[in-house]
Each structure stands twice: as structure tokens, then as C-alpha cells.
Design a protein around this ligand. Sequence first.
Ligand code: ADP
Ligand code: MG
Length: 249
Amino acid sequence: MLKVKNLKASIAGKEILKGINLEILPGQIHVIMGPNGSGKSTFAQVVAGHPSYRIESGELRFENKDIKKLTPDKRAKMGIFLGFQHPVEVPGVSVFNFLRRAKISGKNSKINPKTISAFRTELLEYASSLKLSDDILRRSLNEGFSGGEKKRNEIMQMMALSPKLVILDEIDSGLDVDGLRVVAESIKKFTKKNPKSSVVLITHYARILKYLKADFVHVMVDGVIAKSGKGSLAKTIEEKGYVGFGANK
Ligand code: ADP
Ligand code: MG
């Protein structure tokens, strides 16, 4: 699914990713942990194709295709989805229209009204399972959303778009205990419904792993993956912190 080999990337002339190696197979759940500033969000943005980051060297392949030069929209069409750590507010674009454009059509093509109405019904089901109120679909994307609503809305997008590779950047931050459980259960449901899709969870805390079982846990420190292991690695980190992985935090 995703193959990353000795990937180096920089922003504003500063090298952030210093040789990432990672392979994600279909259907796997990977967790990336690491102290603040270690490069986790940078990695997510580089995979999604954010234009501010520059890939210096290394391999970045999705389904065996080199995606290094592809624009973010092309990568999204191939099935890469990034749930943002800080979702952007887009006044004037409703959640429904945003998702309808992304899922069903571009600007001009004619669509059967039945398709649209079925899509709305589907979205309302997702909203309800995420404990989001129905009017979410009519509201401007992320505008005035609470921290928890933003995160749940990212998950609704994931459910609606059925991507092949889901990267969730700190989806658990800003969520209370109930929110965390609802989101974790939705991710689990997603993986059951899309057994070939893979999920990368970027997180500070092992607490989401109480509800979700990860196949691999990686610790990113200073732009490299310092250690990889099974779910128990997350527990070790929660107990002992990142000391011992080359980090002083
Ligand atoms: P994490 O998500 O692990 O907390 P980030 O990937 O957000 O880490 O950041 C990694 C490093 O990149 C940090 O040192 C941060 O200051 C730096 N960085 C991120 N964005 C920029 C930017 N736009 N300009 C300069 N430095 C940046
Ligand atoms: Mg981050």
C-alpha cells in the first residue's frame, strides 16, 4: 500500500524528515508516536502532498507508484486521505457540498437527484453514529466547530470517502473520553467495512489503543523512526515517556 524508503524532506530549508523507512500493507493499522516537533505532522503532510514541503531524497510509493511528484488532489483521487491535526475553517462551503463534490461530482456534471439524496441519507447515518447533530451538513466546513466537532467531522469525511490509506493526525486531541470512544469505534467500523484499507494513527497517547488494536507502533524521534514494535510498545511509552528512544522529553 504505502512504501517509504529513506525519505528525507525539508521545509523552509530546514531538514525535518531525516530518513524515514516504513511499509504499510493493506488492512493494517499503524500508530506513529513521538515527542512534539519530531516530524509526525510533517510526515503526514509529505505523504498527502502538501506543497510547502520539499522531498530531498528517498522513495515514496503508493500502490507501487511513485507519488513524489503528484499534486495533493491526484493523491486524494488515488485513495490517500489525511485527517488534519488542525482542520481548516472554510466559510461559505457547507459540509454537505464539500463532501458531495469530493465524492460524487466535479462542478458541472449532471447528477441524478436520487444519488444525491442517497448520499445525504448515508451522511446523516455517519453523523448520527458520531453523535454529531443533523445540522452539521448545512454548516460551513469547520467554521465555529468545537474541537471535538472538528475531529468527528474529519472522521465523517473518512467514512464518506472510503479511502484506501487513512492518515489521522492527532485525531484524539481535543476529544473527551466519550468522543474518543465514539471516534475509535467509528475507525473500527470503517476498517471492518473496508478491510483492505490501511490506517495510520498519529498520536501522543496510547489511550486510543484501549479501543483499537494496532498491528504496529512506531516511535518517531527527530525525523527518523527510532523504534518499531507491537501494541505493547505504546504502553511502554505511556509509562516511561520517550526517554530511551533518543529523546530527552
Ligand atoms: P510533530 O507533528 O511531530 O509535533 P511537526 O512535523 O509539526 O512535528 O514539526 C517538526 C519540526 O518542523 C518542528 O521543529 C517544527 O518547528 C518544524 N516546522 C514545521 N512547520 C514548519 C514551517 N512551516 N516552517 C519552519 N519549520 C517548521
Ligand atoms: Mg503534529
